[in-house]
Design a protein around this ligand. Structure first.
Ligand code: SER
Length: 320
């Protein structure tokens, strides 16, 4: 078998940074091409500045490195996207179309497309949300992800392009900072806690949302991309779940290590977004098809986040 060469878009983003490292470990540093609009200064490995709205620029990189797989992580997230709905739609869709078309025309044989719990909207069953309810997303980000899922399925059916996708819950990790999401409180809170600062939460205390620890999210991504093609029965996007909790439960979990931690609540427009999303997810199809199994629950995730952020701040103070 020929060596796979991996291209990652959005490699300086919350998931992209961690995914790039894992893919470098798996495929070798020379076989992973990280791309983004900006370079992350601590980055080690092959990096190209890439604006994914530019079809020719992606094509040039794909041909230059003979790329065989693309992980398309670049996107504008739910909360940020509401600030400029039409340009969010434009960016999220045009970048994905470029990736699909460049892949189809240049022998890229696998594409990963991250979808999201934001595809769900009003009128869903909010507990244990099933794989295939009516998708009526309430944010432009969610609309673009729901459309993207259908385009993924279309390219698979029409052209045989092997596009694979997961609906990520809110992703929590210590390695990178999120940008512009509705679930991001669950990352910000840890940075405040380890610095002995109070946190003002933009969601109310009882807003239950599905979340996943970074380690599980990245492992799910790589496991899905490794599964033999015939095992994949969902060509739109798989539901995956890690854990579910609300801000109050997360604060209590942090208080076990930081008894003086204080949290106040000041819900803003993100509350309405969160209210339209699932509280928990039915991921039985991922479990059945490719043996998906999360490892981290609230307690394990909290302990690991605190330990790693304490180390990080002790060795290299950063501010948010
Ligand atoms: N974490 C994302 C967001 O909040 C959901 O996919 O926008």
């Amino acid at each position: 078998m020929n060596q796979d060469v991996i291209l990652i878009t959005g490699a300086s983003g919350q998931l992209g940074i961690v995914l790039t490292e894992k893919l470098q470990e798996k495929y070798g540093i020379a076989n992973v091409i990280a791309t983004d609009l900006r370079c992350n200064t601590e980055f080690k490995g092959q990096f190209e500045i890439l604006d994914v709205t530019d079809f020719d620029a992606i094509k040039t990189i794909v041909l230059k490195y003979q790329v065989t797989q693309i992980y398309h992580m670049a996107a504008i997230l739910s909360a940020k996207g509401e600030g400029s709905p039409l340009s969010t739609w434009d960016i999220n869709m045009s970048t994905f179309f470029n990736v699909l078309e460049v892949s189809r025309l240049n022998q890229v044989n696998k594409v990963f497309f991250p979808s999201s719990i934001a595809v769900f909207g009003d009128n869903i069953q909010r507990e244990n949300t099933p794989q295939s309810p009516n998708l009526t997303p309430t944010t432009v980000y969610g609309i673009s992800k729901a459309a993207g899922e259908n385009w993924a399925n279309y390219y698979y059916k029409k052209y045989g392009l092997d596009v694979r996708s997961l609906r990520y819950p809110g992703v929590i990790g210590y390695q990178s900072l999120p940008g512009g999401g509705t679930t991001d409180y669950a990352v910000d809170i840890f940075h405040k806690a380890v610095n002995n600062e109070a946190y003002e939460c933009f969601l109310n205390a009882t807003t239950m949302l599905p979340m996943i620890y970074m380690e599980d999210a990245i492992r799910a991504t790589i496991e899905l991309m490794d599964v033999p093609k015939e095992k994949i029965t969902i060509r739109t996007s798989y539901n995956i779940a890690g854990m579910s909790f609300n801000p109050k439960q997360l604060a209590l979990s942090i208080e076990k290590s930081y008894p003086n931690f204080q949290m106040t609540y000041q819900p803003d427009f993100r509350q309405d977004i969160a209210n339209s999303w699932p509280m928990s997810i039915d991921d039985s199809q991922a479990k059945n098809d490719w043996n998906w199994q999360p490892k981290y629950n609230l307690e394990l995730m909290t302990a690991d986040m605190l330990k790693n952020l304490e180390n990080k701040y002790n060795s290299n103070p950063i501010t948010i």
